[in-house]
Design a protein around this ligand. Sequence first.
Ligand code: GDG
Length: 469
Amino acid sequence: MSRLVVVSNRVAPIKEGKVAAGGLAVGVYDALRQSGGIWFGWSGEVSATPQTSTETVGNITYVTMGLTKRDYDQYYRGFSNATLWPIFHYRIDLARYNREEYEGYRRVNAMLAEKLKPLLQPDDIIWIHDYHLIPFAEACRMLGIRNRIGFFLHIPFPAPEILTAIPPHNELLKTFCYYDLIGFQTDTDRLAFQDYVTREVRGIIEPDGSLTAYGQNFRAGVYPIGVMPDEIQQTAASYRGRRQLIGRNSEGGLRQMIISVDRLDYSKGLVERFKAYETFLDRYPEHRRNVEFIQIAPTSRSDVKTYQAIRQQLESEAGHLNGRLSDLDWTPLHYLNKSHERRILMGLFRSADIGFVTPLRDGMNLVAKEYVAAQDPNDPGVLVLSRFAGAARELTSALIINPYDTVGMAEALDRALRMSLAERKDRYEHMMRAIRAADLGAWRDNFLRDLRSFVSRPKASGTAQVFAL
Ligand code: GDG
């Protein structure tokens, strides 16, 4: 089998035998272990004299490099996280565009491709991950790299009208066309992409379903990322002490528990969620003192301005809610701004009556799947899930809500807390079937199978024909 070369913004080496990290890292690691290869990307370090480091463990070589402050500001903080992330999550209002940052983004992609080139063997399969690295294949092709290259987009692909808010949208889209295979989380994303290709740049859909645009022939497919349900179930069941966080009600019973876990990001709908919880406590006062909501939200990208603003807004919402409703022996909302060990999270999922997952827009949302997989099959909790998470396509037996509907979310919480055991089990079993049918292994194997087997037409060498309008 040919070697696999994975390129992702961050490289997450996993120590042999330890599955401490979340889904994506584990999936990539397993794929690398099967065929041997390289995991290549940014080390997370920023310095005036960036170093490259190489470490081989078993049949995997980890190659990481630092970035200069300028590269970090333009490529990572700038175009990736202040332009692409908001636009791809339908938040034009939060996006900014700066031409230097875009040039920095292109420059860093070209620099990474150059560093990768000498490490490649002719039959290596290259798998690129996510929005930081969209132009990576084009940069490789310009250097004469002819290996098969696939790309997986972990976040949503926006409707063309949204995408065109990025001034160099044509140029950016063109860079997608240098991949052999592009993977999306859902069919909605794939169709939005196809729409752009066929309408904005007059690309065509070939009889075999592949696409041709800018003189390149490539394929776009749907590969929903999954979790490892057995591992989660085991971890969740083995974690003891999971109820320590929750207080008791006036009858001495444990309170019901609602849990949410998200990176602190405006796409996750935390502000709307806090408001919905407050509305729930106002509309259904009988639940007061009988329920506690735990929101775990480790900070992320804290040096990007919009992330500082959302953090402040959340602190103020949480303070307002608790100030208004708490009692000496009851705190309705526990807002924890730090990360927790994975086994603790899985244990908390299992003990929670509701998994409250309400993003405004999300590629997939692994937490939704992890919450379901962690449940006790004999007494499962209820997943309340946003229709705007990719996971809602598969987990159709969750209580599906619209995160812009505060009262609708409050009603769903009430319904979930009152749901009969028979209905909870029914919904759980249905969701578990979907989770098992599209687990993490299926995501990885289906993508790599299609990437290995796709026979594309000959590639133009860096001088693609441009049909852009
Ligand atoms: C992107 C897309 C897509 C969270 N807090 C802690 C912790 N986590 C873990 C969760 C889960 C993962 O991080 C988060 O995954 P999500 O899918 O929910 O969200 P993003 O980080 O935004 O990921 C998303 C994903 O890529 C994969 O394709 O689903 O749509 O945005 O596994 O459990 N893990 C630990 N401590 C924490 O405090 N250990």
